[in-house]
Each structure stands twice: as C-alpha cells, then as structure tokens.
Design a protein around this ligand. Structure first.
Ligand code: J2J
Length: 535
C-alpha cells in the first residue's frame, strides 16, 4: 500500500530534469532535512508552547522516539497515516515522526468529522489514524469502514505523542524514499464533491518552504506564531512552521487563535511573524482597539486564503507597525506573495506575484486563449511545486488540468505589468468561508439527503470585507423547515461544522441558465434582495 504518483500525476522526464538543473529540486528528502536540524540548530529554541520550551535536539529526539514506536507497530516508509490534531506540540511531533519514518502524513483538519476523515482514509488507503480525543472521531467505526486501517492512537494531555515512550528505543534509519516520491498529502476543499488529496513530493515541498523562507528573509532570530490550523499549507510551509524551523527560527504556539491569547503569546515570546486569514485579521484588529497589546516584536504579518481588502491591509500595517504581506496561494502549489520591499500601494491592492521564476502563470478567457495584460481571466498554472494531478482522481483530473499539465485554479484574476495579480472572483462553485474553500455541490448533496428537501442550491452570501457565508436555498414541501433543523441534520451526518449552512431560504423553483443549470448569480440576487413591501 505504498503511496505513489500515478501516471496522471507525474511530471514528464524533461520537466523533472529542468527543475533539477535549475536547482529547484534537490537530492534531499524530508527525513534528511529534519534530521539535519538537530545538528545544525542543536541548542537553539525550536518550539514554545504553554507547556514546552524545547530546543531542536529535544524536538527531533521526541519525534524520533514516536516514529520508532510507529515503526514497531508496523508503519513503514511510503504508507499513508492520517494526522488530525489541534495546534500543539503533538501535531509537530507526530508530523516530524512520520517524516523521519518516510511515512506519508495525510493532514486532516481538526474540524473534520467522521464523514471527511473516513473519506480521506479510504482514498489514501491509510494504515493508521493519529488523532486526539478532542476531534471526537469514533475510531472503531473508522477502522470498520476502512479496511486498510490497522490501528489508531489518540493523544490526550496526559498521554501525548511527545511522551509516548513504551517500547521505542534507538533511532530510525534513513527511509528508502526518493526526492520525487510523495512526502505528504494535503487536503483540498475541492471544487466538487468530497475533499481531494494533494500529493506533494519531497523535492517540491522542500523547495516550497525554503523559497518561501528566503522570500520572507527568515533567520534564526525569527519566531513564527502558529495561529492558523497547522494542517493548512499556508502555516505549514509558506514558510510557516517548516520554513522557520529550517532556518533555525522558533515556532510559538498560542493556546488558541483568539486575539487576547495570541497577543499575550506574541508579547511574552517576542514573536516576529505570523500568517492569518482576513476574517481572523479583522477580529485581531477589532480586539487591538481595546487591548492595546505589545506587538512591537512583530516584523511581518502574512494574510491570505481569501481576499484582503485594501483598507484592512492598511489598518493592519499601522496597528501592527510592521510589513504586511498578501499571499494568494493554493495547496495545489502556486504561491503568490507581495514582496517585503514592494511599495505600500502594491501591498494593499494586489495579492502578490509568483514565488518562482519558473511558475508559468497564464490568464485565459473561456476559450482558453491568453487575455491581454490587465484583463480578467482564469488563472492557469504549471511549475516546480504545483501538482500535475490530484491523487487517485483520474476522471476529475481531466477537467481540473489542461492536457499540457496546467492546473485550472478556477480563480479569476487580473495581471498587472509588474506580474502582480489581483483576484477578481472565481468561476469554480465554491464558498470561501473564513479562508476555507467549501464545494457547493458537497453541501447540496447533503441537503438533498434530508427527507423534507426536494432540491437544493448553495451559494455565497457576501459579508463584511470579502468574507462569505453559506446560504442554502431549498425546495421543500415543509415550509416549517428551519436553519436549525438543517444544521442538526448536518450534525447527524457528521459533517464538519464549518460547512453547515449559515442561512436558509425556501424557494418554489430555481432560476435556470439557458442550458438548464441553476443560475446561482440570479438566485443570489433574488434571495439577497430584501422583499419589497406589499408585494
Ligand atoms: C483571494 N483568494 C484567495 C487570496 C487563496 C497560502 C495562502 C492561501 C492558501 C490557500 C495557501 C487568496 N485572495 N489572497 O494554500 O499556501 C483562494 C483561491 C485559491 C484557494 C486556495 C497558501 N488566497 N485564495 O488558501 O488550497 O480561490 O489554499 O484557489 O486552502 O483559496 O485555497 P487553499
């Protein structure tokens, strides 16, 4: 059950050669990188949480020991292991343990429920589930549903992965994996159906976090505050946890991402940078009005995952008194960053430009023709850290990628002469709620499973800034069906709560497009408009 790149996920031989020759892809695998941290950064601080203050030697030793335990339980290089954990020491220890072992972490979000976890475990043919009691996954049911799953381990505050000492001794041998092999599986919100698996290779992911760290000028003096869920590509490797540790900087984990706790942690540990989604940034800004926190140690605040409006960008810069960086990224690969020395207007009004000179970005019209500079079109991309196909999704890949290997992002963008991109909207049918992409059709399918719902269509309600809420329109014979009923139904399906509808409307029939699909734009206009009086 080794996790391997299938034919429709591979880079062609000449492309691989080019990426190696240009130095994007090297000879190391992630276990080499993590192992080297212990000697390169030895006694420097690696990890600070409420409970732990560890140097690199300690962090790598703990990961090694937990990895030995997993190896003793039969996990071997190339096998997929689900990791679902809140931001905490144990997330990092388990992640590094799997990397040292050459096993392939599948990074489920803490919010994912039985439905999502079962789906990804099956798709990845995972051999093990590493979670916590916190996540509320029924591991007996999970193992019954997924035959490849041999065992599950649940961490708790008094039985941590970090202290899992029982039988394990010694240190793990270098795993038999190659730079072009799969290193980890990230989850995509997907544009249709259930989450897709994004296979990132050792070579591509090492490039991803090292190039991001260089762009952000990370040094051993930096201290990264991990506010977003670590399973996300952004806080994990852009440069995030891996990019900061690689340069000898430290990772600081606040008790939660709530402003008060984050501010206190920043002040106490003199954190220098963090990554936020716009909705969290807005909450922090609001709280900063009252709290008057000491943010003087901060030098960089990255914001991405959803569009940041220029006014909020400016407020952030003045409140934090530091450089703001817009990041328009995707777990599939391509990362756009504003540069630290970009003029303030580019930082406030664009979503950055590509990380790599060999990121081939095209902006195309609906016939796939390149549009002139400055015009809006769909962003297509190919490059040294962008996937060529989702994992085990041959049919879906035919629509998600062009025949010559460009990923169709589904984002509508405008490219300036400087190469900076402005995100103008999207053509994919997803809702971007607090930076989390949610496929409309997955939610519609759940709604249709409700006995009182005949048909359903889901679309985004615009909130303040560019944030969005999930608005569900249903055709139902039961006019008394409420939002609470629907949310209770989603809970019974064990769907992650961030995907539950925020608003419910009843409608008699859906407006249709000329080819007979639900016209969501018109639907949104109909249901957003307050009802005119006396009609
Ligand atoms: C508008 N839309 C954005 C932005 C992402 C860094 C940052 C973000 C992600 C991420 C990531 C946006 N403005 N600044 O992986 O490493 C929307 C786009 C995009 C989708 C990708 C990273 N930044 N988006 O958000 O895979 O629609 O990655 O295609 O979760 O989020 O979502 P995801």
């Amino acid at each position: 059950s080794r996790t391997v790149l299938l034919p429709d996920m591979r880079y062609s031989d000449d492309v691989q050669t080019r990426y190696r020759q240009r130095g994007y892809w090297g000879d190391e695998v992630l276990s080499d990188v993590v192992r080297a941290w212990a000697s390169r950064h030895a006694k420097r601080t690696a990890l600070l949480t409420e409970r732990d203050d560890w140097d690199f030697v300690t962090l790598v030793a703990r990961a090694d020991r937990f990895g030995c335990h997993l190896a003793a339980r039969g996990v071997s290089a190339g096998e997929a292991v689900i990791l679902q954990h809140r931001n905490d020491t144990d997330f990092i220890v388990a992640l590094l343990a799997l990397l040292l072992l050459g096993a392939v972490p599948v990074l489920a979000l803490p919010a994912h429920q039985q439905r999502e976890v079962t789906h990804v475990a099956e798709l990845a043919t995972a051999v093990c589930y590493l979670g916590s009691e916190h996540a509320g996954i029924d591991t007996v049911a999970l193992q019954a549903a997924v035959p490849s799953l041999c065992f599950s381990l649940l961490a708790s505050p008094d039985r941590r992965f970090a202290d899992w000492s029982d039988d394990a001794i010694g240190s793990l041998p270098r795993p038999a994996v190659r730079p072009e092999d799969i290193a980890l599986l990230l989850l995509s919100g997907g544009t249709t159906g259930m989450p897709k698996l994004i296979a990132r290779t050792h070579a591509d992911y090492i490039y991803n976090f090292r190039a991001s760290a260089a762009l952000c000028a990370i040094t051993a003096e930096d201290s990264y505050l991990a506010a977003l869920p670590m399973a996300h590509n952004f806080p994990l490797g852009c440069p995030g946890i891996l990019g900061t540790l690689d340069r000898g900087g430290s990772v600081v984990v606040p008790p939660s991402s709530a402003a008060e706790e984050a501010f206190e942690t920043i002040a106490r540990h003199r954190a220098t940078l963090t990554a936020l989604v716009p909705s969290l940034a807005a909450l922090w800004l609001e709280a900063a009005e009252w709290e008057r926190p000491d943010l003087s140690s901060m030098r960089l605040v990255q914001v991405g995952g959803a569009k940041l409006d220029a006014a909020t960008a400016d407020q952030l810069a003045s409140k934090f008194g530091c450089v703001i960086q817009q990041v328009f990224g995707m777990a599939e690969g391509l990362l756009n960053f504003t540069r630290l020395d970009d003029p303030p207007d580019l930082i406030a009004a664009t979503q950055g430009r590509p990380l790599c000179d060999d990121d081939e970005v095209r902006v195309v019209d609906d016939r796939g023709q390149d549009v002139p500079t400055g015009d809006v079109g769909e962003l297509l991309v190919r490059g040294p850290y962008t996937i060529r196909g989702y994992y085990r999704a041959t049919d879906y890949n035919r629509q998600a990628f062009t025949p010559d290997g460009f990923y169709r992002s589904g984002d509508r963008v405008r490219r300036l002469a400087s190469g900076h991109l402005i995100v103008e909207g999207r053509i994919k049918d997803v809702i971007n709620r607090h930076g989390e992409s949610i496929a409309a059709d997955e939610i519609e399918a759940c709604l249709r499973d409700h006995p009182a719902v005949r048909d359903a269509a889901v679309f985004a309600d615009q909130l303040a800034g560019y944030d969005e809420a999930i608005h569900a329109a249903v055709i139902s014979d039961d006019a008394t069906l409420t939002l609470n009923d629907v949310r209770a139904f989603f809970a019974s399906l064990r769907v992650a709560a961030y995907k539950w509808p925020d608003k419910l409307s009843h409608i008699r029939q859906f407006p249709l497009t000329p080819i007979g699909k639900v016209d969501k734009r018109q639907l949104a206009t109909l249901l957003r408009e307050p009802a005119a009086p006396n009609t």
